[in-house]
Design a protein around this ligand. Sequence first.
Ligand code: E4P
Length: 218
Amino acid sequence: MKFFVDTANLDQIKEAKDLGILDGVTTNPSLMAKEGVKGDKAILAHYKKICKIVKGDVSAEVFSTEYKDIIKEGKKLAGLAKNIVVKVPMIKDGVKALRWFSDNKIRTNCTLVFSAGQGILAAKAGATYVSPFIGRIDDTNWDGMDLIASLSHIYSLHGIETQILAASIRNPRHIVQSFELGADVVTCPLKSMEGLLNHPLTDIGLAKFMADAKKTEA
Ligand code: E4P
């Protein structure tokens, strides 16, 4: 059971690390843009900074969509640090690239996965991780959790080593359900991770303990 934080924000990554439960980081072009990271040099430098903070896997997404370019970009990203995992979109050229990376011992995360069929292709192509997008499926009035359950069933039935990385997490409930249904990893914003802390009975119980602790003062 692994926890990744889904952000390119260095402060949030540090904060998640300080919680003591962080296993890795996922990023995507939107998250990089949100941090105002612009240009090849700045992007590579930003990944290096993330990899210095976190020892676990850091997913760095390719911006290319054509086979040769995906390979070229992925090789460059993978060369940055040992813990870089090349994130590749679920498209035809992406599947071909996953196979090439797998054959060349470069670890990958297949992103934008919305169906069991796509998850099967990613696994067959040798992806290290497959990222089903839970929240975006829920947004379309389908149930993202059905996909986690389906992938979990198929992978365990066929002894597939690709790890299920539940992505597009919107709330703490998504995290718990993903792990219940067999996700190997959940990547989520820091806010959802911290949301796991909350329970009103904890707050009420703590207030009572603190009040009673005062009564024990000499
Ligand atoms: C992470 O790998 C994904 O890119 C991310 O979780 C997508 O999340 P979103 O649907 O909130 O953009």
